[in-house]
Ligand binder design. Structure first.
Ligand SMILES: NC(=[NH2+])NCCC[C@H](N)C(=O)O
Length: 410
C-alpha cells in the first residue's frame, strides 16, 4: 500500500492525520483573534478533551491516528542537518532577520527536546520568555506593542487545509493568509524525510511555493474519477488550473473531471467543505445558502487546447450536476433542515462539515442537534463528538482531519 491512498470522501478510513491543540490556543488574545482566524478563545483543557474524544472515536473504529507534531519531531530527530535546516527555515518564515535574534532563538529552541521544540514553534514564542530580549532593531521598536517574537499557529488544528491527499498524491497547499503559511513547512519536512512517507513516490499536485493560493478545505475527492474544488475566499481559480494540469498529466491518473464550485467569498462559506460534505455514495450535507444560483465549472483534460484543459459552465443546480457527474440520483440533506435560523446557526458551527469514516457513517459535532436528528432519521450512522470549545476556531470534524489512507469503494 502506498503512503497516500485516497480515492473517495467516504471509503473506510484507515489512517488519518490530526493535531492535538496545545499552548498555541492559550496564546490567543482578543486583539489577535481576527488576525489568527479564530472567533473566540477556546478553553484549552476542554478543547483537548474534546479532541481526544474525536481521536478515540476514530481509533475505536479501526482508524490509525497520527499527529503532525509527532511526525515532525520524529523527522527532525533523524539528523542534526534536518533539524538545523528546519529551524532556519522556520525562523526565516517567521520573519526573524536580525542575526542576533536568530542566534538567540536558535539557542533557545535547541535547549529543548525535539518534541517540546516543535510544540513551542506551534505555540509561538512570547517576548517575555526569551531571556535578555532587547529591542535593538527598528522593527523591534516599531512593533513594541506586539507580544510575540514568533506568532502562534492555532489553525494547525485544521490539518485538512495545509495539504490534501488526492489519489496517491498530495497537494501541498499555498495558504491564502500569511498567518497559515508556516503550517505547511511541517508536512513539507515530513513528506521529504520521514521514513513512512519519503520513499512512497508521492506525486505533488501542487507546491507550497506556488504564487497562487489553494486550501484543502476546498479539495474534495468524490470518486476515483471526480474531484470537487471550491473557488472561494481561500482558493483561486488559477491554482485549480495548475493542479488540474498536473493531475491530468500523471501517467497513472484516474481523475477525469474536476467540478469547480464558485462560492461567495465570505467567512461563513470560507471553504467548500463548510457548506458541503459527502456522507454516502448518494448523500451529501449542504448549506441551503449554496443550493441556489451557483456557478459550477466542469474541467476536463483537452490536449488539443492551448491550455490543455476544457472548461464548460454548468447552468444546472448542484443536485443535478452532482447526479449527472456521479451517475446516480443524489440526495442533498440540508444543514438545520434548511431553516433560516437553525440552518444559519448550525452551518456556522460546522453542521455541514462532517467526516465520513465509512459509507453512511460520519463523525459530527454534538451541538448541531437539528442537523444530527435529521441525519439520524435518514438512517445515517452518527458518531457524535463534544464540541463546545473546538468549534470556536470555525472548523468541524472534516477540517480537523486529513485522511492519508482510505479503502477503495467497490
Ligand atoms: N477546512 C476547513 N473548513 N477549515 C477551517 C479552517 C478554520 C480556520 N480558523 C481558518 O480560518 O483558516
Amino acid at each position: 500500500m502506498k503512503p497516500i491512498h485516497v480515492f473517495s470522501e467516504i471509503g473506510k478510513l484507515k489512517k488519518v492525520l490530526l493535531h492535538r491543540p496545545g499552548e498555541e490556543v492559550e496564546n490567543l488574545t482578543p486583539d489577535l483573534l481576527e488576525r489568527l482566524l479564530f472567533d473566540d478563545i477556546p478553553y484549552l483543557k476542554i478543547a483537548q478533551e474534546e479532541h481526544d474524544a474525536f481521536a478515540k472515536i476514530l481509533q475505536d473504529n479501526g482508524v490509525e491516528v497520527v499527529y503532525i507534531e509527532k511526525l515532525t519531531a520524529e523527522t527532525l530527530d533523524l539528523s542534526d542537518d534536518i533539524k538545523n535546516n528546519f529551524i532556519d527555515e522556520f525562523l526565516f518564515e517567521s520573519k526573524i532577520h536580525s542575526d542576533n535574534m536568530k542566534k538567540s532563538l536558535k539557542e533557545y529552541l535547541l535547549s529543548m527536546d525535539t518534541q517540546a521544540m516543535v510544540n513551542k514553534m506551534i505555540a509561538g514564542i512570547r517576548k517575555t520568555e526569551l531571556a535578555g530580549y532587547k529591542r535593538t532593531t527598528l522593527v523591534d521598536v516599531v512593533n513594541d506593542f506586539y507580544p510575540f517574537i514568533t506568532e502562534p499557529m492555532p489553525n494547525i488544528l485544521f490539518t485538512r487545509d495545509t495539504f490534501a491527499s488526492i489519489g496517491n498524491g498530495v497537494s501541498f497547499n499555498h495558504m491564502y493568509t500569511n498567518v497559515r503559511q508556516r503550517e505547511t513547512l511541517f508536512c513539507d519536512y515530513v513528506f521529504k524525510y520521514h521514513p513512512d512517507f519519503k520513499d512512497g513516490n508521492v506525486p505533488h499536485w501542487y507546491d507550497r511555493d506556488e504564487d497562487t493560493y489553494i486550501e484543502g478545505g476546498d479539495q474534495l475527492v468524490l470518486n476515483k474519477e471526480t474531484l470537487a474544488i471550491g473557488i472561494s475566499e481561500r482558493t483561486e481559480s488559477a491554482a485549480i488550473e495548475k493542479l488540474a494540469r498536473k493531475v491530468f498529466a500523471h501517467p497513472e491518473n484516474t481523475f477525469k473531471t474536476i467540478l469547480a464550485f464558485d462560492l461567495p467569498h465570505q467567512r461563513s462559506f470560507m471553504h467548500l467543505d463548510t457548506v458541503f460534505t459527502q456522507i454516502d455514495h448518494d448523500k451529501f450535507t449542504i448549506h441551503a445558502g449554496i443550493e441556489g444560483p451557483l456557478r459550477i465549472f466542469k474541467i476536463t483534460s483537452d490536449p488539443s487546447s492551448e491550455y490543455g484543459l476544457k472548461i464548460t459552465v454548468e447552468s444546472k443546480d448542484v443536485q443535478t450536476v452532482l447526479s449527472e457527474t456521479l451517475g446516480r440520483q443524489i440526495e442533498l440533506i440540508r444543514c438545520g433542515n434548511g431553516d433560516i435560523i437553525d440552518g444559519g446557526r448550525e452551518q456556522w458551527n460546522d453542521g455541514a462539515n462532517t467526516l465520513a469514516i465509512a459509507p453512511n457513517e460520519i463523525i459530527v459535532y454534538s451541538r448541531n442537534h437539528v442537523t444530527n436528528e435529521l441525519l439520524a432519521n435518514k438512517g445515517v450512522k452518527l458518531h457524535i463528538m463534544p464540541s463546545s470549545e473546538l468549534s470556536r476556531g470555525r472548523g468541524g470534524p472534516r477540517c480537523m482531519s486529513m485522511p492519508l489512507v482510505r479503502e477503495d469503494l467497490e
